[in-house]
Design a binder for this molecule. Sequence first.
Ligand code: SF4
Length: 215
Amino acid sequence: MDLRITEIFLSIQGESTHAGRPCSFVRLTGCPMRCVWCDSAYTFTGGERFSFEDILAKLKEFGCNLVEITGGDPLAQKSVFPFISLLCDLGYEVLIETGGFFSTEKVDERAKIILDVKCPASGESERNYWANLERLRADKDEVKFVITDLNDWGFAKEIIEKYHLETCAKEILISPIFGVENLAEIAETVSRSGLKVRLNLQLHKYIWGANVHGV
Ligand code: SF4
């Protein structure tokens, strides 16, 4: 079996509660969404087919037990599901970063999901697949809201309350886009909310610059 891949690389996990940990990234090609602030548009087309064996060989070379499958949207390719299970069988700690359009139902239960909920300024909030929120596991899954302004934050708060995310998810990540002008105002607003959330800054961009793509 194989997967269409844009890149495989070793870096530091830049987001979520795993931020700062060395991590291998497998970035799959393709995504049906078109978020206006997307920093991974180069994954929409192209890529190269890699057999499972070739991907595993690369990961072995990196020697890192934490692996994130990202994209694009990694769940756009059906063969990702057996690949995730294979990684889990081999003892890897597996993170899945998904855009929230595809169902997470077939993801191996041993993998940890970081599920995006698209806010209005993304232009794609109508396409969130809400059933995914009902499948979250409180001991391992995280929900991420990328926000560009306080209107997005208001939307995030509504969804957090409506789906009881403070109890259903391990962590709720509030992720202002890199370079947002009113970051301090957003941070202060989040801190006063009384909600069990975490401000999530993209660590890799602070290290390597704004042009480093999302993970
Ligand atoms: S879901 Fe992710 S990869 Fe797809 S357009 Fe949105 S930000 Fe980009």
